[in-house]
Design a protein around this ligand. Structure first.
Ligand code: FE2
Ligand code: FE2
Length: 279
């Protein structure tokens, strides 16, 4: 894959959920230069490569969720499945405007491939839920708020709201995979975690390019607002998904600490990209 950083290793073996956090740090630390110059064309290559190297899923596995598992994860998985299933049309609209403004036509294709990955997450979870007779949700108030927030302004707000949800997704899917003995659900979580790790870097790169064209004061304000959004989201998600998160080994302190640690790394990637684009 010409021009693609060698840090990308798409493992299809089982990894402990905490490894995904370590992977994110490793992406940042091992090849900062390469990632800071990552172009939309390189992201297209990554998404295409990823799509043709998916982990094997055990669709025919006979495991049935126990009563306790169903009790702890059903309503939680329903909400996350809904969140993964957006059609992405408003994001795509914003991406087209962004691509024109930054003279980066390849960005539109990269976003299309990104949306396709999110939809795959939604459809994999839906397929699992149907097998386990868990009904699919059509709407939920929290998902509704995120959708409204994403439509409020330009690409930056959309990307920061999306990034907030994707940060939360790392501890969430880690907990979900630990909270069940279902091999299929564990593997779906592993695939989602693997994808989301790179989604986070993808969004941070986009935000870094936006930051490069602005004053330091405006960028600091954007980061402060983002932190504020995280500060509201963390307890809200904890309250709504406490059962599955606790079953997966999280308490509130661990959930909050991991989420903020991810935000911190992403801010560093963002700043690095912004700096490299200013020169
Ligand atoms: Fe996703
Ligand atoms: Fe994602």
């Amino acid at each position: 894959m010409p021009g693609f950083p060698q840090t990308v290793v798409l493992s299809d073996t089982y990894r402990k959920p905490a490894d995904f956090l370590a992977e994110l740090f490793a992406i940042y630390e091992s090849n900062q230069e390469a990632w800071s110059h990552q172009s939309s064309e390189a992201w297209i290559l990554y998404f295409q490569y990823n799509a043709s190297n998916l982990m094997k899923q055990y669709w025919n596995h006979s495991y049935r969720l126990s009563k306790e598992e169903l009790e702890c994860i059903s309503s939680s998985i329903q909400q996350f499945q809904l969140g993964e299933s957006s059609d992405g049309s408003s994001l795509l609209q914003r991406a087209k405007t962004h691509a024109r403004k930054y003279d980066d036509p390849a960005y539109v294709k990269a976003i299309e491939l990104f949306i396709r990955e999110e939809q795959r997450h939604g459809s994999h979870l839906a397929r699992f839920m149907i097998q386990q007779s868990i009904p699919l949700l059509k709407k939920h108030w929290l998902d509704g708020i995120f959708r409204v927030l994403r439509k409020l302004a330009g690409l930056e707000v959309a990307a920061r709201v999306l990034l907030t949800a994707e940060i939360i997704a790392i501890p969430y899917y880690s907990a979900l995979s630990e909270s069940t003995d279902a091999p299929l659900l564990q593997n779906i979580c592993m695939q989602i975690l693997r994808d989301e790790t790179y989604h986070l870097v993808f969004q941070a790169c986009t935000l870094g390019k936006i930051c490069a064209k602005r004053t330091t004061l405006l960028n600091r304000t954007a980061h402060a607002l983002h932190k504020f959004l995280m500060a509201i989201t963390i307890p809200t998600v904890w309250m709504g998904h406490r059962k599955s998160l606790s079953r997966g080994g999280y308490d509130f302190a661990k959930f909050k600490k991991e989420s903020l640690a991810i935000l911190n790394v992403l801010n560093q990637i963002e700043n690095l990209v912004a700096k490299s684009k200013q020169h």
